[in-house]
Design a protein around this ligand. Structure first.
Ligand code: SER
Length: 594
């Protein structure tokens, strides 16, 4: 190993600190107050308000390593490079430097710090269209640095445009950097746009200078930003000349543990065995980070909890094919915690919880499987002809977590076929429905820092404090928050249903704070000072960076990124619409301003 994971993280932080960037801690994997996405998917995601022009308490130059989850490529997991969890190394200019600085820095980091051969680097730049001109400037900068002209490729929006993360928000053209693996070109037109495997992406610099509006048009942002992201696991793989991300030091101990528990010699194992080992490694790593997050969630049938459930069940399904047993999955998770405990201490703090949740989900899945098998037996009795209808196969998938290939296999044993087209049709319909749902959610807009959401956000703070006062229980704490322009939704730890009197008392307290028309002020300070000043809020600071503290008269003091109303009087009238259970020990409130 030429560079360990620890060395690579440190090199990144040092390189950018030396160039005036403040290191900031990774944000939670569960975005706060953002109804548009389930997980943090990129380093820029928690920084959207600052890319739009709000001043960041740590200044205009930032760098970090951010925990990210993306499940879009879940079917690809098991190949050399796709993961559902990854770390993203990132640096930002918030209206400060632009292309002239970023391109030479990228070149310097890749060639000097990572030791990559300049002649083996290829880059892409934006070819230009009616929204944004051809980026000859960036191409010229690359050439001046020493990138060979034939290794600079102009590509269109499909390849060289990044964002917005939702339907609206900050975005811009980008320049991507690739390592040429040395494989011959698959055709004379072969370029980094081609997925033949000759070029492997290593870094992306986005020149974020536009906001995409709801009508699809682009308008210039208040400030020109740089947003860069380097996929950590892939960078480790490239720098060390390894064949897959699973051979890097963040994955090897996990893979070894799975081999040990399953007795699989994955080195010379059949392809499907190798794939199963990798799927388990990837999915258990992601699940460990989701459960062990500072805003960790547990398996359920909604939102993040549902993704977690699917990841765990998929890991168990694949694990069963290589002989993993109940209890093995949480043992693998324990290895994940050991690897990351120094970089992400929240995992060590949640070690027991991670074990319990994984073991319990494993047991639940086993019970569902039994019911599913019973359902399948019934189906076989009543099916007409020799084909199991697509809708039945989909029901087994949807309700009992049966993958299609499992249903097909069981059917084959009994001399039945499965209507796969019918299954796929249902599957697509379901997918479109969830897309429709997702699109609804996007309407709130990742960049929706509008007045309505700001007011509801302020109401959330007031309610949080009112809940603490009324319920008078030190365990009452925020567990999740989600705001759309119509309502706020707030999850908090508390062991029982609230009484109607308590609900009313919380409403009264919030309305009292609104009636007082208190001024809302924001100060910047270190996390330690914020805690000393009595501010509530979750913030694991590794670097002693500054945070914003919002004070609402005598009613509330919280660590928070904002934005908020200027005075509490803007909020109108506060009403709790619903108080219900969210999961064990967690209550959920929906409330509106009217
Ligand atoms: N936002 C860009 C990406 O995700 C660069 O950080 O690739």
């Amino acid at each position: 190993m030429k560079l360990t994971s620890e060395q690579l993280r440190n090199k990144w932080m040092k390189f950018f600190s030396d160039r005036g960037h403040t290191p900031i801690s990774s944000a939670s994997l569960i975005p706060e107050n953002d109804p548009t996405v389930l997980f943090t998917t990129a380093g820029m995601h928690p920084l959207v308000p600052y890319l739009l022009g709000q001043p960041h308490p740590c200044g205009k130059r930032l760098c970090d390593t951010q925990k990210c989850v993306r499940t879009g490529d879940i079917d690809e997991v098991g190949d050399a490079t796709h993961c559902t969890f990854f770390e993203m190394l990132g640096n930002w200019s918030l209206g400060d430097y632009f292309k002239d600085e970023m391109v030479p820095w990228s070149y310097e980091f890749l060639t000097k710090e990572l030791g990559l051969d300049s002649d083996r680097l290829a880059v892409t730049v934006f070819e230009g269209d009616s929204d944004c001109p051809r980026d000859t400037k960036t191409a010229a900068l690359w050439e001046k640095c020493g990138i060979k002209k034939e290794n600079i490729f102009y590509l269109g929006k499909k390849h060289n445009w990044w964002g917005p993360a939702g339907q609206t928000g900050p975005c811009g053209s980008d320049t991507e950097m690739f390592v040429d693996t040395g494989k011959p070109k698959c055709s004379p037109e072969c370029s980094p746009a081609c997925d033949c495997g000759k070029y492997v992406e290593i870094w992306n610099d986005v020149f974020m200078e536009f906001n995409k509006n709801a009508d699809g048009s682009f308008s210039p942002l208040k400030q020109k930003n740089v947003d860069t992201g380097m996929g950590f696991e892939r960078a480790l793989m490239n720098v060390n000349g390894l064949k897959s991300v699973y051979d890097t030091d963040v994955f090897m101990p996990i893979v070894d543990k799975i081999k040990e528990l399953s007795g699989t010699g994955a080195d010379n194992a059949a392809e499907e065995t190798l794939r199963a080992v990798r799927v388990v490694a990837d999915h258990i790593r992601t699940s460990t980070f989701i459960i062990g997050d500072e805003r960790g969630v547990t398996p359920s049938n909604v939102d993040q909890g549902y993704i977690l459930r699917r990841l765990l069940r998929r890991a168990i399904r694949f694990g069963a094919t290589i002989g993993l047993k109940p209890g093995d999955y949480s043992a693998v998770a324990n290895t994940v915690v050991d690897i990351y405990k120094d970089v992400y201490p929240e995992l060590a703090a949640a070690r027991e919880k991670i074990k319990t949740e994984i073991d319990e989900e494993q047991a639940r899945f086993e019970r569902t499987l039994e019911n599913g098998i019973k359902e399948f037996e019934k189906l076989c009795k009543y099916v007409q002809g020799d084909t199991i209808p697509g809708k039945s196969a989909f029901r087994l998938y949807d309700t009992y977590g049966f993958p299609l290939e499992m249903t097909v296999e069981m059917a084959r044993e009994r001399g039945f076929k499965v209507d796969i087209d019918g299954f796929n049709k249902r599957f697509e319909e379901h997918r479109n429905l969830s897309h429709a749902g997702a699109e609804q959610r996007f309407k709130g807009g990742l960049a929706d820092t509008g007045e309505l959401t700001a007011r509801l956000h302020t109401a959330t703070h007031l309610m949080h404090k009112a809940l603490k006062d009324v319920l008078n229980d030190p365990n009452v704490n925020q567990r999740g928050s989600n705001i759309t322009p119509e309502r706020l939704r707030f999850d908090f730890s508390f062991g029982r249903a609230m009484t109607p009197e308590e609900v009313k008392a919380v409403e009264d307290k919030v309305n009292e704070a609104i009636a007082a028309n208190a001024e809302i002020t924001c100060e910047e300070m270190t996390v330690e000072d914020a805690k000393a000043a009595g501010a509530v809020g979750l913030f694991a600071s590794k670097y002693g960076e500054k945070v914003k503290v919002y004070t609402m008269g005598k009613f509330s003091k919280e660590i928070c990124g904002g934005p908020h109303a200027a005075r509490t009087g803007e909020l109108g009238h506060f009403r709790i619409v619903k108080e219900q259970s969210s999961s064990a020990g967690v209550r959920r409130i929906k409330a509106v301003l009217e």
